[in-house]
Design a protein around this ligand. Structure first.
Ligand SMILES: Cc1cc2nc3c(=O)[nH]c(=O)nc-3n(C[C@H](O)[C@H](O)[C@H](O)COP(=O)(O)O)c2cc1C
Length: 185
């Protein structure tokens, strides 16, 4: 595994967490990104909060976690456009089939999709889903669109999936994601 090398200490990474089982792995991803010298802020979709609480990410990132476009207090502290501009790198992990579809089509109907549309930072996605969802032509077309637009695809890995099946769809391991982001710069 290549050692991560961010371009500067405090490299500003915006981690967007969408609603899949693998969201629990993103808690470790925050730790590993910080260990590699990154400053990490986290935004979550509504569905992501059903898997992991924002407080977990808040404690690990040392920043308030953004969960809604419509939180007046959070907007006053750092507006979503400011947060989109703050990021030097955006990584969506886990990236659900739904969120990938939104990003491919330029939707902006929640905080995460709006941030991804509003940022000029490079986008990396770490998909995680059932292998049939991953292989579905709709998902593959969305991935192709994102890749054509310059997004970086990290994973998914092949192996046992949460629901007991096996196949491509496991989210890349946190160390793999950090190394992939570090290798990029
Ligand atoms: C228990 C459970 C696990 C799920 N795991 C995944 C998953 O790993 N990947 C995925 O794409 N969707 C998964 N879903 C479906 C998403 O949560 C659902 O499509 C949701 O609308 C995604 O919203 P978001 O993309 O805004 O986070 C799961 C749903 C449930 C109930």
């Amino acid at each position: 595994m290549q050692a991560p090398c961010f371009p500067n200490a405090g490299y500003r990474v915006l981690l967007c967490v969408s609603g899949g089982i693998a969201a629990y792995k993103s808690a470790e991803l925050v730790r590993r990104l910080r260990d590699a010298g990154a400053d990490v802020q986290v935004a979550m979709t509504e569905a992501a909060q059903r898997f992991v609480g924002p407080q977990t990410f808040q404690a690990l990132s040392h920043h308030p976690v953004r969960v809604s476009l419509w939180d007046a207090q959070a907007e006053a502290a750092m507006g979503h456009l400011e947060l989109a501009g703050w990021a030097q790198q955006v990584v969506v992990a886990p990236a659900t089939a739904n969120t990938l579809a939104k990003l491919a089509h330029g939707l902006a109907d929640d905080l995460v999709s709006t941030l991804c549309l509003a940022t000029e930072a490079p986008l990396a996605v770490a998909p995680a889903m059932n292998h049939r969802m991953w292989k579905h032509p709709a998902t593959q077309a969305n991935i192709a669109t994102l890749l054509a637009r310059g997004a970086r695809l990290i994973g998914p890995n092949d192996g046992p999936l949460a629901e007991g099946e096996s196949g491509p769809g496991r989210m890349a391991e946190p160390a793999q994601i950090v190394a992939a982001l570090g290798a990029k710069v």
